[in-house]
Design a protein around this ligand. Structure first.
Ligand code: C2E
Ligand code: CA
Ligand code: CA
Ligand code: CA
Length: 279
């Protein structure tokens, strides 16, 4: 992404006050977490391209900084992870996500699942299940409606430990998907041991989908493996009609990307769903 050494420089054009340094971002983030009204959760539709309907959503956080404007999660999530603020942020995200699921159910979209991103570090916490269960209970959400997205890199750390944790999380009924799949060269052998539900093929493969060579073969292989392991597959970063056509040919029918929709604020999401899923 052409980022500087701390992933920061690439974002400067969006920061209106020029010299927000790392320390002030940290302080401002602390303040934002305390006050709670600078964050917004947006929702990106996930489409079943055969049905032409929205079958899932991914929750993506937005930070509207009072002076600097929108700051990308790619910038502030790493800082939140280092400072431990990620815990409070994720609790906020999970609660907003469950509130949104309740809202969807009220409007007749109860079948739509919602993916939430969790950072690898949060998997080490003993209170993870509890933190997920609290908002599910509060909004009376079936755990199956919630899909926790974990990155592939997590699975490569401490396999025995992570296998057990993933299992425990799955036993609550919550679904799990592996995000950014294909980027980390994880052993496919492990995949069998993790009782996950879905893999999300990383958008870098879709970007190169021009000729039936490079990424084409990789996606085809991933789809084949997923089928053998009984996993669902979704492809991220779908931007063109041509990509849609190729992906369909490869047997991938679930897709997420700008071609269908950008991440939407709650109000716009409802309009989108009413149009897309009207039967
Ligand atoms: P991710 O989980 O891989 O999310 C997908 C990113 O790709 C999102 O960026 C999304 O807006 C973007 N995207 C979707 N469709 C397309 C497309 O067609 N083309 C292109 N070029 N991009 C597309 P976003 O929202 O900026 O989020 C960046 C990353 O920040 C996420 O990557 C995720 O790792 C992290 N993140 C976002 N929200 C949260 C959160 O609530 N908690 C945690 N822990 N991390 C989050
Ligand atoms: Ca994700
Ligand atoms: Ca991803
Ligand atoms: Ca990512």
């Amino acid at each position: 992404k052409g980022q500087g050494k701390n992933g920061y420089t690439a974002f400067q054009p969006h920061m209106h006050t020029a010299n927000l340094d790392r320390l002030s971002v940290e302080n401002d983030l602390r303040k934002a977490v305390k006050e709670g009204n600078q964050f917004e959760l947006h929702f990106q539709p996930q489409i079943d391209a055969d049905l032409g309907k929205v079958v899932g959503l991914e929750a993506l956080i937005r930070w509207n900084h009072p002076r600097a404007g929108m700051i990308s999660p790619d910038v502030f999530i790493p800082i939140a992870e280092e400072t431990g603020l990620i815990i409070a942020i994720s609790d906020w995200v999970l609660r907003e996500a469950c509130a949104q699921l309740a809202h969807l159910k009220q409007h007749g979209f109860g079948e739509i699942r919602l993916g939430v991103n969790l950072s690898p570090r949060e998997f080490d916490r003993v209170d993870l299940l509890e933190r997920i269960r609290i908002p599910l209970d509060e909004f009376r959400i079936a755990p199956e409606s919630l899909e926790i997205e974990i990155t592939e890199s997590l699975l490569m750390k401490d396999v025995e430990n992570i296998v057990a944790r993933v299992k425990r999380l799955r036993s609550t009924g919550v679904h799990i998907s592996i995000d950014d799949f294909g980027t980390r060269y994880s052993s496919l052998n492990y995949l069998r041991r993790f009782s996950v539900n879905r893999i999300k093929i990383d958008q870098s493969f879709v970007r190169d989908l021009r000729t039936p060579h490079d990424s084409f073969a990789i996606i085809q292989a991933i789809v084949g493996i997923a089928r053998n392991f009984n996993l669902h597959v979704i492809v991220e970063g779908v931007e063109t009609e041509q990509q849609v056509a190729i992906l369909k040919q490869l047997g991938c029918n679930e897709m997420q990307g700008y071609f269908f929709s950008r991440p939407l604020p709650s109000a716009k999401l409802m309009d989108f769903l009413k149009l897309a899923n009207r039967s």
